[in-house]
Design a protein around this ligand. Structure first.
Ligand code: ADP
Length: 501
């Protein structure tokens, strides 16, 4: 690890003020902490720029002094690396002071946001304006960044679930210090920056997703008019192997968008982890969770092996009721579904999470899942599963087998579109236990290998595994290196992120 030259800090202290830099050992320890198995990754220090011009100053100084940077918006990327850099010694550029909501347009339904704007902050601002607009939120931390999440391919659950897809017009400080405004933002005086995604010429926005070519300093984000009535539905299914039938039942509902939200298929332990911790006393310290105990916990909380959830939007209760009746007939035709109404779901914290996420309401109720096992270890494995029941069942069996071999339970939520679902497999482990941490890392690698071999790649990876995940791709890594040389010739921005050097 190379140390950050004093001249870099002196220059930034002069340009941005003493309060904008921190390389104290406390800051280094705080920003190096993460939840990944191989330990903390200490940065060289932290910078807090307050504007795009200040970001430009930081990038230029980094170029002059050959310092590498690790940009984060809020650093609440839980289970993916948090605030810690991909490589030790990188200086964290924390954009928390850039937290302005520049504009909310209630007619054309978009917001113009700084990267430090959090889900909670936008939700509260929309509330102050009478909730005429609905945002799409993750089920992760409410103090996470909307922009950071979008450019890391994060997602939500409403019809605007595709958070990067809903961005329109970015502002980026490139690695060489230039400011790029994408799409119509490149036309001086354009009034359409956040209205038209593709502009004139090539569409460059995608270059700044899961990459290290620039620091995103502003983004347009489309919002949806808030529907007057939002009614969720939930169906529980008793058996692990009902999963295949569930996937086949969901596919047509999403291919024609009969259900406007995504559909979630949440497994028992994922749900239980939000309200229970691992019952070590009951197992005598043994892991993974035995099936009889899993069944007992299912019964205690009124869930089966799976909970399927989605929601309808309408202008009145009456307009939504026939839609609910229709999905009831659809799922109940399986002979295995048990219906849980919106009102019943409100009484159960396990289900309330879904009501919130389908209404674009940020919620902290899923966060306790990270404490299912003690010790603060969490890494998220995010493969893609096609919406074909037989394949989906192969995937769940494969995951269960691998996880159980390494001593972990299958914890998963499949978030389904019509063609594919993103499987959220958090691997929750005791990071204070060296053996368990090592097993978590081995398990993650075994899952990556098994899914790659079966032909189902990942969509996102914790920083510790990004290089390995990217190394499985062909040509894209070389093209990214070529782009890196052009856009960030001294490689100052996050070298190693998603394997790009
Ligand atoms: P969250 O959205 O969960 O708060 P982060 O702020 O950590 O998460 O963003 C997720 C990841 O995206 C970070 O690890 C970082 O690599 C990258 N990132 C976040 N914000 C920016 C930004 N403004 N410019 C460039 N990369 C960013």
């Amino acid at each position: 690890m190379t140390t950050v030259p004093k001249a870099f800090w002196d220059e930034l202290r002069g340009e941005l003020g003493a309060e904008a830099i921190d390389f104290s050992s406390a800051a280094v320890a705080d920003y190096g902490a993460n939840m990944m198995p191989s330990g903390d990754r200490l940065p060289g220090g932290v910078v807090y720029p307050a504007s795009t011009a200040e970001v430009q100053t930081v990038v230029r100084a980094a170029n002059r002094h050959r310092v590498t940077l690790w940009p984060i918006s809020t650093g609440r990327n839980v289970g993916i690396g948090e605030k810690s850099p991909v490589r030790e010694g990188q200086v964290v550029v924390h954009l928390r002071r850039m937290n302005k909501i520049h504009e909310i347009d209630e007619t054309l339904c978009f917001a113009d946001l700084d990267p430090g704007v959090t889900f909670k902050q936008l939700y509260e601002e929309l509330g102050r304006r009478g909730h005429k607009l609905m945002m799409s939120s993750t089920s992760g931390p409410t103090d996470g960044s909307i922009v950071g999440n979008a450019i890391d391919k994060g997602a939500g659950y409403t019809p605007y679930f595709d958070h990067f897809g809903m961005t329109c017009g970015l502002e980026v400080v490139l690695g060489d210090g230039r400011i790029l405004r994408t799409a119509d933002g490149a036309s001086p005086g354009a009034k359409t920056w956040h209205l038209v995604k593709y502009g004139l010429g090539p569409f460059l926005d995608g270059l700044f997703v899961q990459s290290n070519f620039g620091i995103v300093t502003r983004a347009g984000m489309w919002l949806m008019p808030r529907p007057p009535v939002i009614r969720a539905f939930i169906f529980t299914f008793p058996d692990d192997d009902d999963f295949g039938a569930i996937i086949d039942l969901i596919r047509p509902l999403k291919l024609n968008n009969l259900v406007p939200t995504l559909l979630k298929v949440t497994n028992d332990v994922y749900s239980l982890g939000t309200v229970e911790t691992y019952p070590y006393a009951r197992t005598g310290g043994r892991t993974p969770l035995p099936d009889d105990l899993r069944r007992e916990l299912q019964r205690k909380h009124g869930i089966g092996s799976w909970s399927v959830s989605g929601a309808f939007y309408g202008d009145s209760e009456e307009s939504v009721r026939p839609m609910i009746e229709r999905v009831r007939r659809h799922f109940e035709s399986s002979g295995k579904a048990r219906y849980v109404s919106h009102e019943q779901a409100r009484e159960n914290p396990i289900f309330r999470i879904h009501l919130d996420t389908f209404s674009g309401t940020p919620t902290e109720e899923e966060m306790p899942l990270h404490d299912w096992r003690p010790g603060g270890g969490s890494i998220w494995f995010l493969p893609t599963t096609p919406m074909i029941g037989s394949i989906a069942n192969q995937h769940q069996r494969m995951s269960r087998r691998i996880l159980s071999h390494y001593g972990f339970e299958f914890i998963t939520e499949y978030v389904c579109t019509g063609r594919a679902s993103r499987a959220l497999h958090p691997l929750i482990f005791n990071r204070k236990d060296a053996d368990e941490s090592q097993r978590a890392a081995e398990c993650f690698r075994a899952l990556m290998a098994a899914y790659a071999e079966a032909g189902y790649p990942l969509s996102r990876a914790p920083t510790e595994f990004q290089e390995e995940a990217m190394a499985r791709l062909q040509v894209i890594p070389q093209v990214c290196s070529d782009l890196k040389r052009v856009l960030d010739p001294n490689s100052v921005i996050a070298p190693g992120k998603y394997g790009i050097v």
